[in-house]
Design a protein around this ligand. Structure first.
Ligand SMILES: [Zn+2]
Length: 410
């Protein structure tokens, strides 16, 4: 351990700082349940719902705390016990060349992380979510989902990673090439995902002819939104929590509603929810998020470039030499605070967009059906009725329910 190395100090302060900040936010957020709710929320959330939401939140939070304690502890033990140096020497002995070795090392560490988080995910799904009646996943589906995820990561991520490592190994303008490649990749994935990837996990079926289909298509036509298809997704195979989404570019928009959403909501509520989703497209929220994401990843690759050039960066993790693949992993450790900060920025933008989409839906369908739908969703999902501002800042992509209702009423 070298306390004179600024990279070392930045990494330790970053890892421990993020860990403790999350703990503080969690405790403040849970403490909110002990304060009386504002009048508006009291009318929506009956006392027993608030109590149940509080229990659910505290069980989820305690699992998250255990998870982050184990993963932070494992990281520090591995790091301070000379694990990275050992990994570097061992992988050098494979005789694979820098790029293949880098892909191998990163794959190995990702696999280890996946195994470490497996018991926590299983406990969350089969214990906590099940206890509150949300879980509908079978162990078989749970395992199949993870295996599919692993195969997809290998098939799609492996070659991309190899290309990025090759840029950093051979090109002077590696930052620019990597940035352009990742930008292209994310645009292709946005196009490919609803067509090829999501059907691997969810079953899409056309919504049956009838008043609901007619009403949704009529609404889309009235809002001049070119919809080619309305599907139902079998979200109920995994969870009773409901969702809606829209996909597609240009003139090929597809609406997909979770079967659980259709089960629980009235037709006017579903129309309002669709109007909200259309609002996101009309206000061009997706391109704005993509631009912000590209700015953030440009900054990240530039900082990565700086780190990889510095022998002191590697020494902070006990490594002599500058192995490329391992460098990427170490950078992801030191980058944690920046990642949290930038995540807060894009969440803030997303919360702003939610208000705009709500306003669009109010314009299209009136405020009442959307307010009814949102109330129902919050009560059904045992959402925290009154989260603490720090947690909202850190993690909320949607504004708290009280703020959304207040804006709709205004
Ligand atoms: Zn939205």
């Amino acid at each position: 351990m070298s306390f004179s190395n600024p990279w070392f100090i930045a990494a330790v302060v970053g890892v421990l700082g993020v860990f403790h900040l999350e703990i503080i936010a969690t405790f403040l957020n849970l403490a909110q349940f002990r304060h009386a709710l504002p009048q508006r929320l009291k009318e929506i959330f009956p006392d027993e719902t608030v109590q149940k939401a509080g229990e659910y939140a505290s069980k989820s939070a305690s699992l998250d705390l255990q998870r982050s304690t184990v993963s932070t502890g494992a990281l520090l033990l591995f790091w301070w016990g000379g694990g990275f140096d050992w990994l570097q020497r061992w992988s050098a002995g494979w005789g694979w060349g820098a790029i293949a070795t880098g892909v191998g090392v990163i794959g190995l560490l990702m696999l280890a992380q996946n195994f470490l988080s497996l018991p926590f995910d299983a406990w969350d799904t089969f214990k906590i979510e099940a206890e509150y009646g949300f879980n509908r996943t079978t162990p078989r589906t749970f395992i199949a989902d993870r295996l599919k995820g692993l195969v997809l990561t290998t098939v799609l991520g492996g070659p991309l990673l190899a290309l990025v490592l090759w840029f950093f190994q051979t090109q002077v303008h590696a930052v620019l090439y990597t940035w352009l490649t990742v930008a292209g990749f994310s645009i292709i994935m946005a196009w490919l995902s609803p067509r090829l990837l999501m059907p691997l996990f969810l079953k899409f079926q056309p919504l049956a002819d009838g008043p609901l289909r007619e009403a949704l298509l009529a609404l889309a036509a009235r809002l001049k939104f070119p919809v080619v298809d309305v599907s139902v997704v079998d979200g109920s195979r995994r969870s009773s929590k409901a969702n809606a989404f829209l996909s597609g570019f240009g003139k090929n928009k597809r609406i997909a509603l979770f079967d659980t959403l259709i089960e629980k909501h009235t037709q006017p509520e579903l129309e309002a929810i669709l109007a909200h989703e259309i609002g996101h497209h009309k206000c061009r929220h997706v391109p704005q998020q993509i631009v912000l994401g590209l700015l953030e990843s440009g900054l990240m690759f530039y900082l990565l470039h700086l780190a990889l050039q510095s022998p002191a960066f590697f020494q902070a993790f006990g490594i002599t030499g500058q192995p490329l693949g391992l460098g990427l992993v170490l950078f992801s450790i030191i980058y944690q605070p920046a990642s949290l900060l930038l995540g807060m920025l894009s969440s803030a933008l997303s919360r702003r967009h939610e208000f705009q989409a709500d306003a669009f839906a109010r314009e299209a369908c009136g405020g009442q059906p959307l307010m009814d739908g949102l109330k129902k969703l919050s009560v059904d999902h045992l959402t925290h009725p009154n989260p603490h501002a720090l947690t909202v800042w850190l993690h909320y992509s949607h504004p708290p329910i009280g703020q959304r209702l207040a804006a709709l009423e205004a």
